[in-house]
Design a protein around this ligand. Structure first.
Ligand code: FMN
Length: 192
């Protein structure tokens, strides 16, 4: 393995938002490699807590319809419905080639703290992000919309103790934007 290519891959990975996709379909084999690499994320007690649904083609419309209708019913009851948000939820998924819902399955025996299962899923998502980057494919982890709505979980095959953690949007990028990060100087302490 070329370590400098590896470093470049990590540092050049960017979140590529749906409005930055060309509209072309990403090769299914790339999505399969992303899922395969997700499988190799670290997992305490081997609970393998990741649960994904892959939406593509008509599935994107099903997701868009589901989340916009759910938003409408919840926000209408709460009296804070916004037409613009409804439209966004109904149309944004259609800009993607694939969308993977990111779910966490809670260990039934609760042998480890919940946060460790969330952490394992986040590692799996990073594996997918990096795999996509390596293939020149764009993706973006979005946690808006219906992500934290309890009643949404069933649609994604999740149970009461599980968690929906958001959506990985996937598409062919028009271009890769520059990234920015803060210095590590005030975030790392070396004790020697
Ligand atoms: C758990 C998680 C949830 C995120 N949710 C959103 C989101 O809802 N909306 C958004 O614009 N970006 C979201 N992001 C992406 C960040 O905006 C993005 O990582 C950040 O801007 C840095 O850009 P980069 O990933 O290209 O380096 C999320 C990232 C993570 C890790």
């Amino acid at each position: 393995m070329d370590i400098s290519e590896f470093n470049t891959l990590i540092r050049n990975r960017r979140s590529i938002f749906p409005n930055m996709y060309t509209g072309e379909r990403v090769d299914e084999q790339v999505v399969e490699q992303m899922l395969e690499n997700a499988r190799w994320a670290p997992t305490h007690k081997h609970t393998n807590p990741w649960r994904f649904c892959v939406f593509t083609k008509d599935g994107l419309k099903k997701l868009a319809d589901f989340q916009s209708k759910l938003y409408k019913s919840i926000s209408s009851q709460a009296g804070n419905f916004l037409e613009s948000k409804f439209e966004m939820l109904k149309t944004k998924p259609l800009q993607a080639s694939h969308i993977i819902s990111i779910g966490m399955r809670r260990d039934p025996a609760e042998r480890l703290p919940e946060i460790e299962e969330i952490e394992a899923v986040a590692c799996a998502v990073q594996n997918m992000y990096l795999t996509a980057s390596a293939y020149g494919v764009g993706c973006y982890w979005g946690s808006g919309g219906i992500t934290y709505v309890e009643s949404a979980k069933d649609f994604f095959g999740l149970e009461a103790k599980d968690k929906l953690l958001g959506f990985l949007y996937i598409g062919v990028p028009k271009k890769i934007p520059a990234g920015r990060r803060e210095s590590m100087d005030d975030k790392v302490k070396w004790i020697r």
